[in-house]
Design a protein. Structure first.
Length: 657
């Protein structure tokens, strides 16, 4: 349902229309102001543009499809190469390590068995890893479910068929017991010039096959009928290694009847990648195909061909569809232009342009813009309604601006009230949060913080001690020193403040200063023990401002430190408690007069009898009298009176002394 405010906004429009459009007032139809030449000017460029764009788009789409197929097979080939290189490096690294030992006994050592076991665990595709020392028993590790006899058979085959130096990669073979397609990687280990052992790694190709082919369990006939792209891999003899149809892989079906495969074989695997249009026959039906291939060089002795192919009519179906759509859109626009030419008039152009210009200016923020009235067509009525709408929008914007300002003032007042409630728990620290806020803003300005961040810093500093609301007054106002347990409770006020304020979404940006203003850059602060850059800048600033106020404020039982002494003490604590840039920013603010003892210090003890009497009367009241913004009247203490100092004030005064 529409809110009542919306009905209130649009109802004047309808009332105005009723007044501006009397029942018997005759409107002039736009059909009499038709400009016939509009058809010629609009239709001819449209047809020429449609013709040119359709051909150009078709060519671009064809080129994009070609690039896609080339990139696809190249990416698949690189994945296969990375698969081979991974296990090549495993075998080469293990063999190199054994050779560097120069001791044949190392091969059969327990540490070697542990090492190959660790290699097996780190490589999920590795089915088995075997070391066959000359004249000794084999040292083999393999995954559960892998039959040892299969491992021994594949390892023996790899050793017997290996040629040359370096890692020899065997052709893909299917494990008899599980049907898993695997490859072997073997290498001799030579110690002191003699062959001491053979290393054989058996790697599963299941995962790489799934990643290359993409789909599995599909029938080859279905792929052809549906015109889907077919991705497959063959070895250097043209036999199928990977294919969506598992029967092709299991039978090792030769794919040499496809022109694209025969062309790759004829190139001797020397061509890295190519795009090939060709004709193929499947189930008695001929297809015009477009395909691409790329060579995957797994090792020095193994190359695979990666192919993708698709029915040209399906692959480039979007070309014909795009041409058809382009012509249909052109035809529709031609009909539209014909109709528009019959109903538009030159008298309509100027009012519409004025209306558009006015709308743009209003969209840009000029709500005083109005449209000239006086047109005798419906455009005139539209202009009148537009002006009424502009009046209402301008009025609503003004109301929203006032409401936003009032909300901002209300929010700030609420924050100040919360801060006053916190400081009010201890009459000798009243105004503390307000002063910390001002000092923090002065520091933030010196650090070059933008206005929005300064506003956030101001609020965060005001609320930095909000958690003390949740601390028992018996602890806050205890006249004696706190016990360890009580001090630990006092130290929880940042967490309590965070827990309270984190429930309010609007307080999210103020949380760092509340939660982390007791952190130290050396990590000895609380509640988290953060260090250095782990502490947000907001919290670093509030921490320095908090301590500075505690140092420089006059109390009934002692005077605050002089400005230069307080700054010197803060500089001594740089690197342990405080960040150097923040402290130096405070020093600069003090040098510039933005922060001084007169701003942050409260009134000194009363020096004359009349003021002392007024202070004694104030001591028995429930509230202190505010003097000026940022200052509160604090009476002197009578002799022998116990001074109550909160735990946090003890901590900060300890720094000052």
């Amino acid at each position: 349902m529409w809110p009542e405010s919306v009905f209130g906004l649009i109802s004047p429009f309808f009332r105005l229309q009723a007044r501006c459009m009397p029942a018997f007032r005759k409107k002039v139809s736009l059909i009499y102001f038709v400009i016939a030449t509009l058809l010629v000017v609009g239709l001819v460029p449209l047809l020429l543009t449609g013709w040119t764009l359709s051909d150009k788009s078709a060519a671009e789409l064809r080129a994009a499809e070609n690039r896609y197929q080339i990139q696809l097979v190249q990416e698949k080939a690189r994945r296969i190469e990375m698969f081979g290189r991974r296990f090549d490096s495993i075998v080469e690294g293990l063999a190199g390590a054994l050779e560097l030992s120069h001791d044949p006994k190392v091969i059969a050592a327990q540490a070697t068995e542990s090492k190959i076991g660790e290699i097996l665990r780190q490589n999920p595709d590795l089915l088995a890893l075997s070391i066959k020392p000359i004249g000794l028993d084999s040292l083999s590790v393999f995954r559960p479910g892998v039959v040892q006899a299969d491992v021994e058979e594949l390892a023996a085959s790899a050793v017997n068929n290996r040629k040359g130096n370096g890692v020899w990669i065997g052709p893909p073979q299917r494990i008899a017991s599980s049907g898993t397609l695997a490859m072997t990687f073997s290498r001799e280990v030579k110690i002191n010039g003699a062959v001491a052992a053979e290393i054989v790694a058996i790697a599963s190709m299941q995962e790489i096959a799934q990643g290359v082919v993409g789909i599995s369990g599909a029938r080859n006939e279905d792929l052809w009928l549906q015109g889907l792209p077919i991705i497959f891999v063959v070895d250097r003899n043209g036999r199928t290694i990977f294919h969506p149809d598992k029967s092709f892989v299991e039978a090792g079906r030769p794919m040499t009847d496809l022109k694209i495969v025969s062309e790759w074989l004829e190139s001797g695997s020397q061509v890295q990648s190519a795009l090939v249009p060709f004709t193929a026959e499947e189930a008695g039906k001929k297809y015009d195909m477009i395909g691409a291939y790329s060579t995957a060089r797994v090792g020095a002795n193994q190359n695979f061909g990666v192919f993708t192919m698709q029915d040209t009519s399906r692959a480039l179906a979007l070309v014909g569809e795009m041409k058809w759509q382009t012509w249909m859109i052109s035809l529709l626009f031609a009909v539209f232009a014909l109709g528009a030419g019959l109903i538009l008039s030159r008298f309509m152009t100027s009012p519409l342009l004025n209306l558009a210009a006015a709308a743009e200016q209003i969209a840009g923020g000029d709500f005083s813009r109005r449209v000239k009235e006086g047109n005798i067509t419906e455009i005139g009525t539209l202009g009148e309604s537009f002006n009424v709408m502009s009046d209402k929008i301008e009025e609503q914007i003004a109301n929203l601006a006032r409401a936003a300002e009032e909300n901002k003032e209300l929010f700030y007042g609420t924050v100040k009230a919360l801060a006053a409630a916190i400081d009010g728990k201890d009459k000798y620290t009243r105004g503390h949060s307000e002063r910390v806020s001002r000092i923090s803003v002065a520091i933030g300005k010196r650090l070059g913080m933008p206005e929005n961040e300064l506003e956030t810093l101001k609020m965060s500093a005001l609320l930095h001690d909000i958690g003390k609301i949740a601390i028992d007054d018996a602890i806050l106002k205890k006249p004696a020193a706190l016990t360890n347990e009580e001090y630990e409770i006092m130290k929880t006020h940042p967490q309590k403040g965070y827990k309270i304020m984190s429930q309010i979404p609007a307080m999210k940006d103020f949380l760092p200063g509340m939660y982390m203003h007791h952190e130290m850059v050396n990590g000895e602060g609380y509640p988290q023990g953060l260090t250095g850059d782990q502490i947000p800048l907001q919290a670093k600033i509030v921490s320095v401002a908090d301590t500075f106020d505690a140092m420089t404020i006059d109390r009934p039982y002692s005077r605050g430190m002089q400005l230069h002494a307080a700054l010197a003490r803060l500089r001594e604590l740089v690197g342990t408690r405080y960040d150097s840039s923040v402290v130096e920013a405070l020093v600069e603010a003090c040098d510039a007069g933005e922060v001084a003892n007169g701003i942050v210090r409260q009134m000194a003890p009363i020096r004359d009898l009349q003021a002392a009497e007024a202070a004694e009367a104030e001591r028995h009241s429930e509230s202190d009298l505010p003097l000026s913004d940022g200052e509160l009247f604090i009476p002197p203490l009578p002799e022998n009176r116990v001074v109550k100092v909160g735990a946090e004030e003890e901590e900060l005064l300890e720094i000052a002394t």
